[in-house]
Design a protein around this ligand. Sequence first.
Ligand SMILES: Nc1ncnc2c1ncn2[C@@H]1O[C@H](COP(=O)(O)OP(=O)(O)O)[C@@H](O)[C@H]1O
Ligand SMILES: N[C@@H](CC(=O)OP(=O)(O)O)C(=O)O
Length: 420
Amino acid sequence: MEVFKFGGASVKDADGIKNLGFILQKNLDKQLLVVISAMGKTTNALEKLTKSYFDNKDDIFDILEEIKAYHFGVIDQLFEDKNAKVFDEINNTFVEIEWVIEDEPQDEFNFIYDQIVSVGEVLSTKIVSHYLNTIGIKNKWLDARSYIQTDNTYREAKIDWEKTEKLIAQGIPPILKEQIAITQGFIGNTSENFTTTLGREGSDYTASIFASCLNASQVTVWKDVPGILNADPKLFNDTQKLAELSYAEAIEMTYYGATVIHPKTIKPLQNKGIPLFVKPFMQPEEAGTIIKEADIAIQIPILIVKQNQLLLSISTKDFSFITEHHLKDLFAAFSKVNIKINMMQISALSFSACFDEDEMKFKQLRSLIEADFSYKYNNHLQLVTIRHATEDSIKTYAQDKNLLLEQRSRTTAQFILKND
Ligand SMILES: Nc1ncnc2c1ncn2[C@@H]1O[C@H](COP(=O)(O)OP(=O)(O)O)[C@@H](O)[C@H]1O
Ligand SMILES: N[C@@H](CC(=O)OP(=O)(O)O)C(=O)O
């Protein structure tokens, strides 16, 4: 069997959903499980709605109406029969949000976030499933929450692999023998039956979880790019496609911040030796990129840019050396507030760490360290990583820029730059 994953960009409008149908039509000879994200920028809009609800703002119903209008606009274009069941089903799905926002917020933000934001994937999969039925592609809509079991770390839920594997391996193969399965990316379920989400852009990871538990022969993620390129085409011209990548290189790229695939996606596939294809949904016949176990020499520099970085420089209050004892306390503080360090450097008198800007977490971190340490920081920075860097690539992307910190290893050069 195979797993396909369609992201938000591929199902952002009626034409996108028709194109998905076209791709599936060409793959009806396979046993297929299809994972789908929320349509277009729906997750961002639901995030905005959740914040507005939590902050008791007045614009909450306007935001909801906008999300509704977008979804009903798409189904209006897809379904000629205005009495089709899908209209009622989508309406009822929105009622789930209305129930939540009817009362004042009582629960913590992350819990509420997951109950509301998860609805985006429920909506998109219901629409796609009904549409496929109308064009004669027999399919079964599955609630991913009946399979993907997690802990209760809301917004960043951890998979309970044992339970998940059992549910998927027992429940799904008989369905795939009969028809295509359509399910949601990004969402899971706790043992108390509450909805969780796996972290932004987590649908790629969902595809990988299903594939691993079903021992799929391959996974294809359908994207708005020709495959994995040596840089984000939204930021750079003249990018080149990488036809093949090793699992290790793909893990490194996503670790350093290449957003084309969710960082947690590759490992479960690598463990089972399942190849991952990244293909363009607009040119489905194209080869795209294959990620697999192989020794693949990379011939060109790969460029990864992370925006909105904060560089924090920490010293002891009496300007004594930074010792392992200090580092132990500092790492404990970073870990406690859940800040992931993207790059760090230690000198005699200071410890510097670069991480994604997050006002709330940074405030918590400062309150943990300021009794023992003094600090200064710069924000709105860029972290540029060049894998397989050449002198030319370093000259082009880092030299003559406002450089705050750099680090180089045999394969990777990293630069923290101040935006001009
Ligand atoms: N190295 C890269 N190669 C290709 N695309 C990249 C790369 N780095 C970042 N991207 C971005 O990833 C986007 C596709 O990923 P994403 O938007 O998460 O897809 P989806 O949500 O549809 O699954 C592209 O539009 C591109 O801007
Ligand atoms: N809809 C979720 C999950 C996801 O993976 O979406 P996409 O496949 O469009 O990146 C998000 O936007 O975070």
